[in-house]
Design a protein around this ligand. Sequence first.
Ligand code: GDP
Length: 165
Amino acid sequence: MGAPGVGKTALTRQFMTSEYKGTYTESNTPDLLEPERNVSVLLDGLESTLHFIAEEQHPDFEIEDIPIDAFVIVFAVSDPASYNQAILAVRRLREEVRTNKAVILVGNKTDLARQRRVARHDAARLAKKYHCRYAETSAALNHHVDELLVGILSQIREQISPSAS
Ligand code: GDP
């Protein structure tokens, strides 16, 4: 989830080059799950496939209607409007949809340090208030992108099988 232009596509592309990438490859059948957005991740000796679905490309779907394991809300730290949109998305998930699933807030474009308009501590405070993880990344520099990928998978594994980790 997140405003257009914040780097969702760039982050997903970087996931494909992750050092945690596993061996699994998806067939090329076009469907809702967009095969090009599937990435297999090898973590702690276990391979998992993550399917990333961009909300803006499926404006008609209802969040409640599809089996989602985690929500990733991206904004650009250089773009306050995208942060405001992220705030609304976090509130919508926690207060309207009332999901207990993992929600990860991501401040992307940290390489644009001089254009930063959203303070790290503000976003971290928002995340804490709504029981979300907060991560900062630069898809452009591939900075902290692997950590984000591993963090998403760890959170999903934790909620599926809390005793396993
Ligand atoms: P999306 O609409 O959220 O999928 O955004 P895109 O991934 O298409 O990115 C929008 C623009 O931002 C593109 O020109 C990207 O090259 C650029 N971009 C994405 N991530 C970063 C980043 O971390 N830093 C910088 N400087 N630019 C980025």
